[in-house]
Design a protein around this ligand. Structure first.
Ligand code: ADP
Ligand code: ZN
Length: 620
């Protein structure tokens, strides 16, 4: 079978995503490869589609039991014979898998690395006509990666035991160092390196100072009524508290953190995946091993310690390529906490950690395109002038008019203070504070003293950060003292104007945000969509698989827009392959046919959704 034919038959997709075809061709032609694509880039298909097209058994090495199960469920729902072996199974289950391998009926077999490298597994697989090895989350092999797993190191032995069988490594982690390490550790030969763009164009990024947590969070949730999302908090206490507060206001949230009873925790995770709860409020403990493709928003209540972390956590939104929101609420308290954290830690990496943290702060407080900031941080170029999907480029931010003069005042003060003080202090001088330190330094006699006295200190602080993010100022050394940056001179000479924001502009943001949301739902009957979603929930629960595995959101949206009346019409919808059409086609067509379009639909209370679901289930 041809690749595209397989894509359409099993997945109901019409075309490749960027880099997929190239990656698949490596698999078909037995050429070792390293494929680096961002989360949601479609890495799994890069080995799944070729596994269907070529003879033999594909072995997929995957570190997480939960992910393995999801992937296998998802393949089976698409009519592809797949199985996994890991420690969660009984002896009997292992035997059944072994039989399937012997019969040659399996296309893909998922194995955890520690099991794969056991002598008897290796011996067994030698009898099994292995076509290739796909190594998922391949950065786990490198100590430089963020998730080193020693058991990945022994994968090198595959070369010896399976000469001539190609190895393919897949990861979303970008650094050169990690990539080189993957090649070395696996002993790849003349491998093809495929690196996709790290930009996630369907994610809309925003960063806002946290001033009223509840109001800010609520605003995002209201835009995503009954949609799935994650809220990250920085402490267990904050998780419990926020989840409860939101539930008190009629939202359907559940908490998740490492301090909870494991059973309750996995119940909550399950509820999120099956969509009987909309929002998970969690610490960063949540997310690894969750593949839910239709997460429509990721909110951070607090700043992560690095952009790597932010990229990874926010990246859990919108894996299905549909629009999703990533909103980061930060405070300078977060910065102080991370800084203290670094100071307490080992001295070895301190300078590095400070630089990482500073980049994170610059992202938050800066006024550069967020897409550009992220992509460039990971070492790639970002060409578009305006991304169209961040608060900076869409003009959501309120820009001050006299930014040049304000910028000059701030820079002069920094110069007059001898470039030896931090942001907080500089803000106090400009505010004209009676602070003891300012007076004892004689800085109350500077010409810049009190130059911005009509502005609140937090606003001045923000402006300083914004000047840093645009290279007019830099922070230096362990104490982060301010000094003139690369473009400082230009600003002082009045040759350029920085972008500075007015504070307290959350009201004006709202109307602009809503516009984008609307276009995304063009032609989609929202009430019908909700009904289809309920049906998906019921079918998924019956089958014991995650809801998004039955159909992706994109499929439901297209169904709710086109309202197909025949199986043939339904087959033409994105994400509907042969097997899913056979399994679910009738049920969805019936739901569309029975839908009369007069449902009240817009009901706010969580209960009515549940009622609709049970009514549907009762009807058959
Ligand atoms: P990754 O592993 O890179 O994070 P996945 O393999 O989980 O990404 O893919 C993300 C989503 O995109 C999945 O729902 C997958 O089915 C879908 N997808 C992958 N390739 C295509 C394609 N060519 N066309 C449409 N959807 C695709
Ligand atoms: Zn932008």
């Amino acid at each position: 079978m041809e690749l595209l034919e397989a894509l359409n038959k099993h997945w109901g997709y019409e075309q490749f995503r960027p880099n997929q075809q190239e990656a698949m061709t490596c698999v078909l032609s037995n050429r070792d490869s390293v494929v680096v694509l961002p989360t949601g880039g479609g890495k799994s298909l890069c080995y799944q589609a070729p596994a269907v097209c070529r003879a033999g058994l594909a072995i997929v090495i995957s570190p997480l039991i939960s992910l393995m199960k999801d992937q296998v469920d998802s393949l089976r729902t698409s009519g592809i014979s797949a199985a996994f072996i890991n420690s969660s199974q009984t002896h009997d289950e292992h035997r059944r898998v072994a039989e399937a391998v012997r019969e040659g009926s399996l296309r893909l077999l998922y194995i955890a690395p520690e099991r794969l490298v056991q002598a008897r597994t290796i011996e067994f697989l030698k009898t099994a006509n292995v076509s290739f090895f796909a190594i998922d989350e391949a950065h786990c092999i490198s100590e430089w990666g963020h998730d080193f797993r020693p058991e990945y190191r022994s994968l090198k032995m595959l070369r010896k035991h399976f000469p001539g069988v190609a190895l393919h490594a897949y990861t979303a982690t970008a650094t050169e160092q990690v990539r080189a390490d993957i090649i070395k550790q696996l002993g790849l030969k003349k491998s093809k390196m495929i690196v996709g763009s790290f930009d996630r164009p369907n994610l809309f990024y925003r960063a806002e100072r946290m001033d009223d947590r509840m109001a800010q969070v609520r605003e995002v949730l209201r835009r995503h009524k009954r949609e799935s999302g994650i809220i990250y908090c920085t402490s267990r206490k904050a998780v419990d508290e926020l989840s409860e507060l939101l539930n008190g206001q009629g939202f359907r949230t559940l908490p998740y953190h490492a301090g909870m009873d494991p059973e309750e925790r996995s119940r909550n995770q399950e509820a999120f995946i099956q969509e009987s709860c909309d929002t998970i409020v969690a610490t960063v403990a949540f997310g690894m091993g969750i593949d839910k493709s239709n997460v429509r928003y990721v909110i951070h209540c607090g700043m992560p310690k690095s952009l790597e972390n932010y990229q990874q956590e926010s990246g859990r939104a919108g894996r299905d390529s549909l629009d999703a929101d990533c909103v980061l609420f930060y405070s300078m308290g977060d910065y102080a906490r991370w800084k203290a954290n670094i100071e307490e830690g080992a001295a070895r990496n301190r300078e590095n950690s400070f630089a990482t943290l500073r980049a994170m702060v610059n992202y938050c407080t800066g006024v550069r395109c967020r897409h550009k900031s992220l992509v460039e941080y990971f070492g790639q170029k970002f060409e578009p002038e305006l991304c169209g999907a961040c608060d900076v480029c869409t003009g959501e931010l309120n820009i001050v008019d006299d930014a040049q003069v304000i910028g000059q005042k701030i820079l002069s003060s920094v110069v007059r203070q001898g470039q030896r003080y931090g942001g907080e202090y500089t803000a106090m001088v400009l505010k004209g504070s009676r602070d003891k330190r300012v007076r004892s330094n004689g800085h109350d006699r500077l010409t810049t003293y009190g130059l911005l006295e009509d502005q609140p200190v937090p606003t001045i602080r923000d402006w300083i950060e914004q000047l840093v993010s645009q290279d007019f100022l830099i922070r230096e050394g362990e104490y982060s003292v301010l000094a003139l940056g690369e473009r400082g001179g230009e600003l002082l000479r009045g040759e350029v104007t920085p972008t500075l924001l007015k504070s307290g502009d959350s009201q004006s943001r709202l109307s602009k945000q809503v516009t984008r949301q609307k276009t995304n739902w063009e032609g989609v009957d929202r009430d019908l969509f909700d009904e289809l979603r309920n049906l998906r929930h019921d079918l998924a629960t019956q089958a014991g698989v995650p809801a998004y595995i039955v159909f992706a959101d994109e499929t439901l949206r297209q169904l709710a827009a086109r309202k197909p009346t025949t199986l043939a019409e339904m087959r033409a919808v994105h994400g509907v392959g042969d097997k899913k059409l056979a399994d679910y086609g009738e049920a969805f067509l019936a739901c569309i046919e029975n839908y009369d379009g007069t449902a009240s639909g817009d009901s706010e209370t969580p209960d009515s959704t549940t009622d609709a679901a049970s009514a549907l289930a009762a009807n058959g």
